[in-house]
Design a protein around this ligand. Structure first.
Ligand code: GUN
Ligand code: ZN
Length: 441
């Protein structure tokens, strides 16, 4: 908890459901002169118009004034790599070559406990500076990387998902970064689950890297492990790049890439598939039936030249979608920058992405994709008070665009397109301020 209650004033926006397209105002609450009350337990006690603040709730509370700024639930990043801090912005390759050239050598260093600890701390501080308070995270194949990540997340009291990367297939998992055997991988995974799953705000996600680095035996083990523990999560990559899709067809055959995971029992209500750029309607139907979710990672898909995700098709076929930065293939930790690119990718697909739906995807939509909407994602009473304070005047360009805007929707859209870490004035976790933007000038 945080000790005593907290009253935060500012413009409060949160979502109760998917706004759809065009956005339905019944799906959100906006209090332009609003307030949030956080209880001593760090949970939301009340939210509404500042003038309606119940005196009983705010008696003896600490008060923070963010008037003029926008308070939204902490952003949820549904796909990111803690071990790729040092390979963000690596030049010139598409997925499979990029992994071999840059990613695998960088991940090999996470065998070292001090390195894993330092980079996990740096990584989490970048998330908080971007206003992101929850993520589902790939570490490396080394148990050390999982322990380092969860220790750093626990120190910051963050709601985070993570799990040891599983990769055992020769030659796509290189010898220096490969599980020695499926038996050992399972044993290490079970031990990490026992240590971390459900401890404080942490959850364990079984993490086979992707089909090309997996043997049939490994995928079979993952399906069985989840059946034994259906409260765990599963995360992997799927159908990101055309060469990758062709390779999976060669290695596994079958109807499609998604079908490979389906055959091994990996399509569950707790599963999250990053990318899904190259999938078809049958795949989407299966994902929707299973209750699995997709992480849409536009900065990554553009950076690696992977392709344009079809957000409209996912929506039409009722597949749950969250937003992922996918650092280090992604080029920003910021949900706002990611939404800016999501808007452009959607435009290239002939669609639109309203600011309301964008902020939904980055908050409650992400929480739903992670099956964490019971505890985070909006300001319903009893939810954990993770939130972000955004500044419409963060830069001269954004300030000017905000000033000439005629509606809140227009200001929100300018923030989505022009915002980045500079727009994050402060980040709160369980009602405690954990990040404050440095003074400018
Ligand atoms: N597919 C398998 N591993 C990775 C990874 O580390 N990054 C991305 N973008 N795709 C992957
Ligand atoms: Zn990834």
């Amino acid at each position: 908890g945080r000790g005593c209650p907290l009253v935060v004033r500012g413009t409060v926006l949160h979502f109760l459901d998917d706004p759809g397209d065009p956005p339905d105002p019944a799906t959100w609450e906006l209090f332009e002169d609003g307030a949030l009350v956080v209880g001593a337990d760090g949970r939301i006690a009340w939210t509404g118009h500042a003038r309606d603040l119940p005196p009983g709730l705010s008696a003896g509370a600490e008060r923070v004034d963010h008037r003029g700024k926008l308070i939204v639930p902490g952003f949820v990043d549904t796909h990111i790599h803690a071990a790729q801090v040092d390979v963000i912005a690596s030049y010139g390759e598409q997925l499979l070559q990029w992994l071999d050239t840059y990613v695998f050598p960088a991940e090999a260093r996470f065998d070292d406990r001090a390195h894993a600890r330092a980079l996990s701390g740096f990584f989490l501080d970048r998330l908080l500076a971007a206003g992101t308070t929850t993520a589902t995270v790939f570490p490396t194949v080394h148990p050390t990387s999982v322990n380092a990540f969860f220790e750093q997340a626990e120190q910051r009291n963050l709601r985070m998902l993570c799990g040891k990367v599983l990769m055992d297939r020769d030659p796509y998992a290189p010898a220096y970064l490969r599980d020695a055997s499926v038996a050992q991988a399972e044993w290490e995974t079970r031990e990490l689950i026992a240590r971390w799953h459900g401890r404080g705000r942490l959850g364990y996600s079984i993490t086979p890297r992707f089909a090309p680095t997996s043997t049939v035996k490994l995928l079979t083990m993952v399906g069985r492990l989840w059946n034994d523990h259906p409260d765990l999560w599963i995360q992997t990559h799927a159908a990101e790049n055309e060469d990758e899709v062709a390779l999976v067809d060669e290695l596994f055959g079958g109807r499609s890439y998604i079908d490979v995971y389906d055959r091994h029992g990996l399509l569950t209500k707790k599963s999250l598939f990053a990318h899904c750029v190259h999938i078809d309607d049958t795949d989407r139907t299966r994902l929707a039936e299973a209750g699995s979710a997709i992480a849409f990672c536009p900065t990554s898909n553009l950076f690696l030249g992977s392709g344009l995700f079809d957000l409209r098709a996912a929506r039409e076929q009722k597949v749950t979608v969250g937003l992922g930065t996918d650092v280090g293939a992604g080029t920003s930790y910021s949900a706002l920058v990611t939404l800016n690119e999501a808007y452009k990718v959607t435009a290239l697909r002939g669609g639109t992405l309203s600011a309301q739906r964008g902020f939904y995807l980055a908050t409650l939509g992400g929480a739903k994709a992670l099956d964490l909407d019971g505890v985070i994602g909006n300001f319903r009473r009893g939810k954990e008070a993770d939130f972000t304070v955004l500044d419409f005047a963060a830069t001269p360009v954004l300030a000017r665009r905000t000033e000439v805007s005629e509606s809140f929707a227009e200001r929100l859209f300018a923030l989505m397109i022009l915002g980045d870490e500079r727009a994050v004035a402060a980040t709160y976790v369980m009602g405690r301020r954990v990040h404050e933007r440095a003074a400018r000038g």
